[in-house]
Design a protein around this ligand. Structure first.
Ligand code: NI
Length: 269
C-alpha cells in the first residue's frame, strides 16, 4: 500500500539515539570493522551513499561461507542495529567459526527517512528475478552486478533480517532444498519465539504461515534470487514492529548468532 510505503517510522535506541541515525550507524560500523578485522567494501551506487559490504575470510577454507543481509526496508531498523550489535559483541570463537560476509544496511535512503521504500519509491527486496511488473531498485541493480561474489560468499547460507512493522507476532520464511523445514530453521524460530509470541497459523501477504514458518515461497526477492543461483539455504526472519526496539534488536542479534552457529547436532549420538 502506497500510504504505508511512505509512512515514516523512527524509534529511540536503547541509549536514546534515533533509529534512523545513519552517520552514527556508519561510524560504529567502521570502528567495529577495524577492531574485528573485516574488510569494509563500498559498493558504488547512484545514491550519495555507498552500499557497504563487510567481509572476512576464515583461515580454514573448509568452514561454512555465510552471508547476513539487513536493512532492505527502511522502516525495519532492528535488523541493521542487530547486525552491528552482533559484530560488536559476538564471542571471538563464534565470529571465527565461518567465513562471514555482511550487507549491514542495503537501503540507506529508506533507513534515513524511516520509510519502507528507497528515496526513489523502489522496493529494494523486489525485482531480482524478472518477475513481471517488478523492476530492480537502484540497490538491487548494485547487488545484481555482484552476482558472482554473492553466490560465493553465501554458498552455505543466507540470513536476511526483516521486520513486520504493523504486527505483534514473529515469523520467518525459509527456502530449503528439502521437503520440510530443517534444524537451522527450527533453531532460528526457537530464538525468535523466545523474544516474541509466534504468529498464529494463517496467511501473511498471501503466503501460508504454519508453526511460524512460511516454507519454500519463491518470489522476486533477494533470498529467492540467491537460492535460484544455487546457494544451499536461505532464511528471512521477521520481528514484530509493535514491540520495543531494544527487544527487536536483541532478537536479531541472537538470530544472527544462531545462524552462524549453524544447525544443532544431536548430542547423544
Ligand atoms: Ni522487510
Amino acid at each position: 500500500m502506497q500510504s504505508e510505503d511512505r509512512r515514516s517510522w523512527v524509534w529511540s535506541l536503547p541509549d536514546g539515539g534515533a533509529s534512523n541515525d545513519w552517520p552514527r550507524f556508519r561510524s560504529r560500523l567502521e570502528s567495529v570493522a577495524v577492531r574485528r578485522d573485516f574488510d569494509l567494501i563500498e559498493l558504488a551506487t547512484d545514491d550519495q551513499e555507498p552500499l557497504l559490504l563487510l567481509r572476512r575470510e576464515a583461515a580454514d577454507s573448509a568452514v561454512r561461507r555465510l552471508l547476513v543481509a539487513a536493512g532492505f526496508h527502511g522502516e525495519e531498523p532492528a535488523g541493521p542495529w542487530g547486525v552491528l550489535d552482533f559484530l560488536e559483541h559476538a564471542p571471538e570463537p563464534l565470529l571465527y567459526s565461518a567465513s562471514l560476509c555482511l550487507l549491514p544496511l542495503v537501503n540507506v535512503s529508506g533507513f534515513r527517512a524511516g520509510t519502507r521504500l528507497n528515496a526513489r519509491g523502489e522496493n529494494p527486496n523486489r525485482g531480482y528475478r524478472g518477475v513481471p511488473g517488478e523492476a530492480p531498485s537502484q540497490e538491487g541493480r548494485v547487488l545484481l552486478r555482484q552476482r558472482a561474489t554473492l553466490r560465493s560468499v553465501a554458498r552455505d547460507g543466507l540470513l536476511t533480517c526483516h521486520e513486520d512493522v504493523l504486527l505483534h507476532h514473529a515469523y520467518l520464511y525459509s527456502l530449503e532444498r528439502a521437503a520440510a523445514p530443517g534444524e537451522l530453521t527450527r533453531a532460528l524460530l526457537a530464538v525468535n519465539s523466545a523474544h516474541f509470541p509466534l504468529h498464529p497459523d494463517g496467511i501473511i501477504d498471501g503466503c501460508t504461515v504454519a508453526g511460524g514458518i512460511i516454507f519454500n515461497h519463491h518470489d522476486g526477492s533477494f533470498e529467492s534470487w540467491l537460492m535460484n543461483e544455487g546457494i544451499a539455504y536461505a532464511a528471512c526472519v521477521e520481528t514484530p514492529g509493535q514491540h520495543p526496539l531494544a527487544q527487536r534488536i536483541a532478537a536479531h542479534r541472537a538470530m544472527i548468532e544462531a545462524f552462524v552457529r549453524g544447525p544443532v547436532q544431536a548430542r547423544d549420538q
